[in-house]
Design a protein around this ligand. Structure first.
Ligand code: FE2
Ligand code: FE2
Length: 282
Protein backbone atom coordinates (compact mmCIF):
# COMPACT_ATOMS: atom_id res chain seq x y z
CA UNK A 1 0.00 0.00 0.00
CA UNK A 2 1.63 3.24 -1.10
CA UNK A 3 1.47 6.23 1.19
CA UNK A 4 1.07 9.82 0.13
CA UNK A 5 4.60 10.68 1.27
CA UNK A 6 6.00 8.07 -1.14
CA UNK A 7 3.96 9.33 -4.07
CA UNK A 8 5.74 11.38 -6.70
CA UNK A 9 2.55 13.44 -6.86
CA UNK A 10 2.61 14.19 -3.12
CA UNK A 11 2.85 17.94 -3.48
CA UNK A 12 -0.02 18.19 -5.95
CA UNK A 13 -2.24 15.91 -3.88
CA UNK A 14 -1.42 17.70 -0.64
CA UNK A 15 -2.28 21.08 -2.08
CA UNK A 16 -5.57 19.72 -3.47
CA UNK A 17 -6.79 18.74 0.01
CA UNK A 18 -10.15 20.38 0.66
CA UNK A 19 -10.13 22.33 3.94
CA UNK A 20 -11.68 20.80 7.03
CA UNK A 21 -15.34 21.75 6.99
CA UNK A 22 -15.43 24.84 9.26
CA UNK A 23 -18.53 23.80 11.16
CA UNK A 24 -16.97 20.43 11.88
CA UNK A 25 -13.99 22.16 13.51
CA UNK A 26 -16.32 24.31 15.60
CA UNK A 27 -18.32 21.30 16.73
CA UNK A 28 -15.12 19.49 17.66
CA UNK A 29 -13.99 22.39 19.82
CA UNK A 30 -17.39 22.61 21.55
CA UNK A 31 -17.33 18.87 22.24
CA UNK A 32 -13.84 19.08 23.72
CA UNK A 33 -15.37 21.09 26.59
CA UNK A 34 -16.23 18.63 29.37
CA UNK A 35 -19.39 20.57 30.23
CA UNK A 36 -20.69 20.79 26.64
CA UNK A 37 -24.49 20.66 26.56
CA UNK A 38 -27.10 20.09 23.84
CA UNK A 39 -27.62 23.87 23.83
CA UNK A 40 -23.89 24.45 23.08
CA UNK A 41 -24.00 21.98 20.18
CA UNK A 42 -27.23 23.57 18.94
CA UNK A 43 -25.60 27.02 18.90
CA UNK A 44 -22.94 25.71 16.47
CA UNK A 45 -25.53 24.15 14.16
CA UNK A 46 -27.74 27.24 14.17
CA UNK A 47 -24.94 29.27 12.54
CA UNK A 48 -25.59 27.43 9.28
CA UNK A 49 -29.22 27.56 8.12
CA UNK A 50 -28.79 24.84 5.47
CA UNK A 51 -27.32 22.39 7.97
CA UNK A 52 -29.83 23.42 10.63
CA UNK A 53 -32.61 22.55 8.18
CA UNK A 54 -31.05 19.13 7.49
CA UNK A 55 -30.74 18.44 11.19
CA UNK A 56 -34.40 19.29 11.77
CA UNK A 57 -35.41 17.13 8.83
CA UNK A 58 -33.31 14.28 10.21
CA UNK A 59 -34.76 14.55 13.72
CA UNK A 60 -38.31 14.45 12.32
CA UNK A 61 -37.61 11.51 9.99
CA UNK A 62 -39.02 8.01 10.35
CA UNK A 63 -35.66 6.88 11.72
CA UNK A 64 -36.25 8.75 15.00
CA UNK A 65 -40.05 8.93 14.78
CA UNK A 66 -40.40 11.58 17.53
CA UNK A 67 -43.69 11.56 19.46
CA UNK A 68 -44.28 15.18 18.52
CA UNK A 69 -42.73 17.42 15.90
CA UNK A 70 -39.16 18.53 16.67
CA UNK A 71 -39.08 22.29 16.14
CA UNK A 72 -35.81 23.42 17.69
CA UNK A 73 -32.21 22.47 17.00
CA UNK A 74 -31.65 21.90 20.69
CA UNK A 75 -34.44 19.31 20.74
CA UNK A 76 -33.04 17.78 17.54
CA UNK A 77 -29.62 17.34 19.17
CA UNK A 78 -31.26 15.48 22.04
CA UNK A 79 -33.36 13.29 19.72
CA UNK A 80 -30.53 12.40 17.33
CA UNK A 81 -27.51 12.35 19.64
CA UNK A 82 -24.19 14.04 19.00
CA UNK A 83 -22.69 11.28 16.79
CA UNK A 84 -25.61 11.40 14.35
CA UNK A 85 -25.36 15.21 14.26
CA UNK A 86 -21.64 14.80 13.50
CA UNK A 87 -22.60 12.63 10.51
CA UNK A 88 -24.90 15.34 9.16
CA UNK A 89 -21.94 17.74 9.34
CA UNK A 90 -19.67 15.25 7.58
CA UNK A 91 -22.27 14.77 4.80
CA UNK A 92 -22.74 18.50 4.33
CA UNK A 93 -19.00 19.23 4.56
CA UNK A 94 -18.19 16.63 1.91
CA UNK A 95 -21.00 17.70 -0.38
CA UNK A 96 -19.77 21.30 -0.22
CA UNK A 97 -16.08 20.48 -0.54
CA UNK A 98 -16.67 18.56 -3.76
CA UNK A 99 -19.72 20.31 -5.16
CA UNK A 100 -17.82 21.86 -8.06
CA UNK A 101 -16.44 18.66 -9.45
CA UNK A 102 -16.44 18.37 -13.23
CA UNK A 103 -19.63 17.12 -14.80
CA UNK A 104 -17.75 14.05 -16.10
CA UNK A 105 -17.58 12.59 -12.61
CA UNK A 106 -20.75 10.71 -11.69
CA UNK A 107 -21.34 12.55 -8.42
CA UNK A 108 -24.82 11.16 -7.91
CA UNK A 109 -23.64 7.59 -8.47
CA UNK A 110 -20.78 8.21 -6.04
CA UNK A 111 -23.06 9.46 -3.28
CA UNK A 112 -25.63 6.75 -3.90
CA UNK A 113 -23.01 4.05 -3.36
CA UNK A 114 -21.61 5.89 -0.31
CA UNK A 115 -25.00 6.36 1.34
CA UNK A 116 -26.22 2.81 0.64
CA UNK A 117 -22.98 1.38 2.05
CA UNK A 118 -23.13 3.71 5.07
CA UNK A 119 -26.72 2.89 5.84
CA UNK A 120 -26.10 -0.88 5.55
CA UNK A 121 -23.08 -0.65 7.87
CA UNK A 122 -25.16 1.23 10.44
CA UNK A 123 -28.04 -1.24 10.32
CA UNK A 124 -25.82 -4.29 10.81
CA UNK A 125 -23.81 -2.57 13.55
CA UNK A 126 -27.08 -1.96 15.38
CA UNK A 127 -27.83 -5.71 15.27
CA UNK A 128 -24.39 -6.73 16.54
CA UNK A 129 -24.54 -8.27 19.96
CA UNK A 130 -21.09 -9.60 20.78
CA UNK A 131 -18.89 -6.80 19.52
CA UNK A 132 -19.91 -3.26 20.08
CA UNK A 133 -19.57 -1.18 16.96
CA UNK A 134 -21.06 2.29 17.25
CA UNK A 135 -23.74 2.38 14.52
CA UNK A 136 -23.12 6.07 13.81
CA UNK A 137 -19.39 5.49 13.48
CA UNK A 138 -20.17 2.61 11.13
CA UNK A 139 -22.33 5.01 9.09
CA UNK A 140 -19.53 7.60 8.90
CA UNK A 141 -17.06 4.90 7.81
CA UNK A 142 -19.36 3.74 5.00
CA UNK A 143 -20.03 7.28 3.89
CA UNK A 144 -16.34 8.19 3.77
CA UNK A 145 -14.86 4.95 2.47
CA UNK A 146 -14.36 6.12 -1.13
CA UNK A 147 -13.64 9.78 -0.34
CA UNK A 148 -10.22 9.25 -1.95
CA UNK A 149 -11.94 8.70 -5.32
CA UNK A 150 -13.77 11.98 -5.28
CA UNK A 151 -10.64 13.73 -3.96
CA UNK A 152 -8.42 12.32 -6.72
CA UNK A 153 -11.02 13.47 -9.26
CA UNK A 154 -10.95 16.87 -7.59
CA UNK A 155 -7.12 17.04 -7.66
CA UNK A 156 -6.89 16.28 -11.38
CA UNK A 157 -10.25 15.82 -13.13
CA UNK A 158 -8.88 14.88 -16.52
CA UNK A 159 -6.27 12.42 -15.20
CA UNK A 160 -8.92 10.76 -13.01
CA UNK A 161 -11.33 10.66 -15.93
CA UNK A 162 -8.70 8.67 -17.84
CA UNK A 163 -8.23 6.39 -14.83
CA UNK A 164 -11.96 5.64 -14.74
CA UNK A 165 -12.06 4.98 -18.48
CA UNK A 166 -9.05 2.67 -18.28
CA UNK A 167 -10.51 0.68 -15.39
CA UNK A 168 -13.73 -0.06 -17.28
CA UNK A 169 -15.59 -0.38 -13.96
CA UNK A 170 -13.34 -3.18 -12.65
CA UNK A 171 -12.27 -2.31 -9.13
CA UNK A 172 -9.00 -4.21 -8.98
CA UNK A 173 -7.94 -2.55 -12.23
CA UNK A 174 -9.10 0.81 -10.87
CA UNK A 175 -6.74 0.58 -7.89
CA UNK A 176 -3.82 -0.34 -10.09
CA UNK A 177 -4.46 2.45 -12.59
CA UNK A 178 -4.89 4.95 -9.74
CA UNK A 179 -1.48 3.93 -8.40
CA UNK A 180 0.08 4.31 -11.85
CA UNK A 181 -1.44 7.74 -12.42
CA UNK A 182 -1.18 9.23 -8.92
CA UNK A 183 1.34 7.08 -7.07
CA UNK A 184 -1.31 5.87 -4.60
CA UNK A 185 -4.83 4.50 -4.67
CA UNK A 186 -8.07 6.03 -3.40
CA UNK A 187 -7.97 3.98 -0.20
CA UNK A 188 -4.58 5.43 0.79
CA UNK A 189 -5.44 8.98 -0.28
CA UNK A 190 -8.81 8.83 1.48
CA UNK A 191 -7.21 7.68 4.73
CA UNK A 192 -4.65 10.47 4.50
CA UNK A 193 -7.41 13.06 4.06
CA UNK A 194 -9.39 11.73 7.02
CA UNK A 195 -6.28 11.91 9.20
CA UNK A 196 -5.67 15.49 8.08
CA UNK A 197 -9.27 16.26 9.02
CA UNK A 198 -8.60 14.59 12.39
CA UNK A 199 -11.46 12.16 12.11
CA UNK A 200 -11.21 9.07 14.36
CA UNK A 201 -8.26 6.79 13.54
CA UNK A 202 -10.52 3.70 13.50
CA UNK A 203 -12.42 5.22 10.54
CA UNK A 204 -9.22 6.20 8.70
CA UNK A 205 -7.74 2.72 9.23
CA UNK A 206 -10.89 0.98 7.96
CA UNK A 207 -10.89 3.23 4.88
CA UNK A 208 -7.19 2.61 4.27
CA UNK A 209 -7.69 -1.16 4.31
CA UNK A 210 -11.02 -1.52 2.57
CA UNK A 211 -9.37 -2.96 -0.55
CA UNK A 212 -6.60 -4.71 1.35
CA UNK A 213 -8.03 -7.69 3.24
CA UNK A 214 -4.48 -9.03 3.56
CA UNK A 215 -3.91 -6.28 6.15
CA UNK A 216 -6.70 -7.47 8.41
CA UNK A 217 -4.26 -8.95 10.86
CA UNK A 218 -6.61 -8.45 13.77
CA UNK A 219 -10.27 -9.21 13.73
CA UNK A 220 -11.53 -5.68 13.42
CA UNK A 221 -15.34 -5.55 13.15
CA UNK A 222 -15.55 -2.05 11.67
CA UNK A 223 -13.23 -2.98 8.81
CA UNK A 224 -15.06 -6.21 8.13
CA UNK A 225 -18.43 -4.52 8.27
CA UNK A 226 -17.31 -1.91 5.75
CA UNK A 227 -15.73 -4.37 3.35
CA UNK A 228 -18.75 -6.67 3.35
CA UNK A 229 -21.20 -3.89 2.60
CA UNK A 230 -18.93 -2.25 0.04
CA UNK A 231 -18.79 -5.57 -1.82
CA UNK A 232 -22.52 -6.06 -1.32
CA UNK A 233 -23.34 -2.74 -2.95
CA UNK A 234 -20.85 -3.20 -5.78
CA UNK A 235 -22.34 -6.63 -6.48
CA UNK A 236 -25.82 -5.15 -6.39
CA UNK A 237 -24.84 -2.44 -8.88
CA UNK A 238 -23.29 -4.88 -11.31
CA UNK A 239 -25.49 -7.94 -10.94
CA UNK A 240 -28.59 -7.14 -8.89
CA UNK A 241 -30.06 -8.88 -5.86
CA UNK A 242 -28.76 -12.38 -6.45
CA UNK A 243 -25.13 -11.31 -6.73
CA UNK A 244 -25.48 -8.96 -3.78
CA UNK A 245 -26.91 -11.69 -1.53
CA UNK A 246 -24.04 -13.99 -2.54
CA UNK A 247 -21.59 -11.66 -0.77
CA UNK A 248 -22.97 -12.70 2.63
CA UNK A 249 -20.20 -13.47 5.09
CA UNK A 250 -21.20 -15.96 7.72
CA UNK A 251 -17.88 -15.35 9.43
CA UNK A 252 -18.83 -11.71 9.94
CA UNK A 253 -22.24 -12.70 11.26
CA UNK A 254 -20.53 -14.96 13.83
CA UNK A 255 -17.97 -12.28 14.68
CA UNK A 256 -20.70 -9.77 15.42
CA UNK A 257 -22.92 -12.41 17.01
CA UNK A 258 -25.87 -11.52 14.81
CA UNK A 259 -28.39 -14.42 14.80
CA UNK A 260 -28.53 -16.08 11.32
CA UNK A 261 -32.21 -15.27 10.74
CA UNK A 262 -31.64 -11.59 11.56
CA UNK A 263 -28.62 -11.52 9.28
CA UNK A 264 -30.62 -12.94 6.38
CA UNK A 265 -33.40 -10.46 7.08
CA UNK A 266 -30.84 -7.64 7.14
CA UNK A 267 -29.49 -8.66 3.72
CA UNK A 268 -32.99 -8.86 2.22
CA UNK A 269 -33.80 -5.43 3.63
CA UNK A 270 -30.61 -3.97 2.15
CA UNK A 271 -31.57 -5.29 -1.27
CA UNK A 272 -34.98 -3.70 -0.88
CA UNK A 273 -33.38 -0.43 0.23
CA UNK A 274 -31.05 -0.45 -2.78
CA UNK A 275 -34.01 -1.15 -5.05
CA UNK A 276 -36.19 1.64 -3.74
CA UNK A 277 -33.79 4.35 -2.59
CA UNK A 278 -32.75 6.88 -5.19
CA UNK A 279 -30.57 9.91 -5.25
CA UNK A 280 -27.37 11.23 -3.79
CA UNK A 281 -27.03 12.54 -0.29
CA UNK A 282 -30.26 12.24 1.71
FE1 FE2 B 1 -13.13 1.78 -2.64
FE1 FE2 C 1 -16.89 1.52 -2.44
Amino acid sequence: MNSLAASRHAQRLQSALPPVPALFERLRSVLSEPEASAADVARVIECDPAIAARVLRGANSARYAPASEVCSIRQAVMVMGVSAIGNVLIESGLARAFAHLSADFDLEGFWSHAVRTASSCRELAALAQARHVDPEQAYATGLLHDVGQIALANADPSAYGEVLDASGGDESILLEVEREAFGLDHAAYGAWILRQWRLPESIAAAVERHHHPELWTEVEPLERLLRMHDRFDEAWMSGGAEQALATRENELMLLLDVPPDLYEQHLEERVEFARTWRGGLP
